[in-house]
Design a protein around this ligand. Structure first.
Ligand SMILES: Nc1nc2c(ncn2[C@@H]2O[C@H](COP(=O)(O)OP(=O)(O)OP(=O)(O)O)[C@@H](O)[C@H]2O)c(=O)[nH]1
Length: 414
């Protein structure tokens, strides 16, 4: 685990920082109370440190000498201080610190730790910078690298669009307005029209003194706009804000498509993607098998061992689905009902795979609260495309009822 060097001379503040450091994800705090001690700790194992949270004034470093030392060592640094005048604040940012935080109490320390956590996550976040002026591009990329983002550079809109096509993981596009080949407005428009489904935040930039540039950028699909030249701090705030909003949207989207209990996809996800598979099978005249699976006598787990036991059975069953039918679209589509869509499979092929899965469910031992529970599943499957997915699911459901009538723990196909 990488370390965070925390340097603070006040025992009271150090105590609070030590208490709050449990907030750090995947980072281990190491504490020092002077410049001398910080130097010793750092030089003993320089490669193990990820970043620093450092007090601006220390008895043996009254004028920010510790900050200069940490920046010289290229250690990303968040600065703490009891007071900052505006000049010192801008000087720190110009020198290259990640951020500064006033010692105003618990919330500001929490903010400092959140900044460090964010810095750690930024290492996996890709940002694309489209800017034709090399000087401006290098400046923007340098600011992003200070916050440890993975930065990709493009000279114009066309090159930027190509990068977006090649790399689906790019989360933020920072685009200048005036560029050769394809300008910023055209780029934003193309991204929003041709990559409509893509979750990407866009920040427009321009030095034009025309008041309509900002609204045009946003009307074309940018999320935010910044006029050049900009202050480093405002740039950082807008980048963080854009990515934070995007992360919230992604979180909401995940929650909307995931079953809360088992963490596998839910009915909404199944219908959305199942309809696409169904359409594709119709268009290409190919096969699509759809199955409905229902755990047998599920109610008895709840009745005999309690609702938590029922939940545990659902989680266990879902984990078997995740491994047994991982190559297909599957979801929890009801209480103890699950659905699977298997593209390209004939009825017979689907039947065989599902029967092997049924067997696996029946033979895998599951122990709840020291009691072995025997679980089985009934399955109905059809590859008759019907008119649409919902009708095919209804047909699979009818076959499932036949399986229940036939005594359960069985697969019934068309
Ligand atoms: N523990 C738990 N129980 C659930 C959940 N969702 C639905 N149930 C219960 O699942 C049970 C379903 O029972 P039934 O529809 O009678 O079906 P069954 O007992 O499986 O019987 P057959 O399907 O005929 O084999 C009901 O008692 C629901 O309350 C859940 O998320 N957790």
């Amino acid at each position: 685990m990488q370390k965070i060097l925390i340097v603070e001379d006040s025992p009271t503040v150090l105590k609070i920082l030590s208490h709050l450091s449990s907030r750090l994800n995947q980072l281990e705090p190491v504490f020092a109370s002077s410049l001398e001690q910080a130097k010793q700790l750092y030089s003993a194992e320089p490669d193990s440190f990820f970043a620093a949270l450092a007090d601006f004034n220390l008895p043996d470093a009254p004028n920010g000498e510790l900050i200069d030392y940490l920046l010289e060592k290229k250690l990303p640094t968040v600065v703490l201080s009891g007071s900052f005048d505006e000049q010192t604040q801008s000087l720190l940012i110009i020198k290259g610190v990640v951020d500064y935080v006033l010692k105003e109490g618990r919330y500001s320390y929490e903010l400092a730790f959140d900044t460090l956590n964010q810095l750690y996550l930024n290492q996996n976040t890709k940002v694309l910078v489209a800017e034709d002026s090399e000087l401006a591009r290098k400046h923007i990329c340098g600011l992003l690298k200070r916050h440890l983002f993975q930065v990709i550079e493009a000279n114009d809109g066309q090159e930027a669009f190509q990068h977006l096509q090649d790399d689906p993981d790019i989360k933020l596009l920072i685009s200048d307005y005036q560029m050769p080949n394809m300008d910023g407005f055209q780029l934003v428009q193309k991204v929003r029209h041709e990559m409509g489904q893509r979750r990407i935040s866009i920040l427009g930039l321009s030095s034009a003194d025309n008041a309509t540039v900002s609204s045009k950028f946003i009307k074309n699909g940018a999320n935010d706009y910044l006029h050049k030249p900009f202050s480093i701090e405002e740039f950082q705030c807008r980048v963080n804000h854009s990515l934070h909003t995007l992360a919230l949207v992604e979180k909401l989207e995940k929650a909307a498509y995931q079953d809360y209990l088992t963490s596998i996809p839910n009915r909404r996800f199944f219908i959305k993607h199942g309809r696409k598979l169904h359409q594709k099978a119709e268009d290409k005249n190919s096969q699509l098998a759809v199955a409905v699976l229902d755990i047998d006598h599920f109610k008895k787990f709840n009745d005999q061992y309690g609702h938590e036991a029922g939940d545990a059975v659902l989680i266990h069953f879902s984990s078997l689905l995740k491994t047994g039918l991982a190559n297909f679209l599957f979801a929890r589509t009801g209480g103890e009902e699950f659905s699977v869509a298997m593209a390209g499979l004939s009825n017979e092929q689907a039947y065989q795979l599902l029967d092997a899965f049924r067997e696996q469910v029946a033979t895998t031992e599951f122990i709840y609260d020291e009691t072995p529970l025997s679980i089985s599943v009934s399955i109905g499957v059809t590859n008759n495309l019907e008119e649409h997915l919902d009708a095919q699911l209804n047909r699979a459901d009818e076959l499932l009822y036949n399986a229940k009538d036939a005594g359960r723990n069985i697969v019934v196909g068309d």
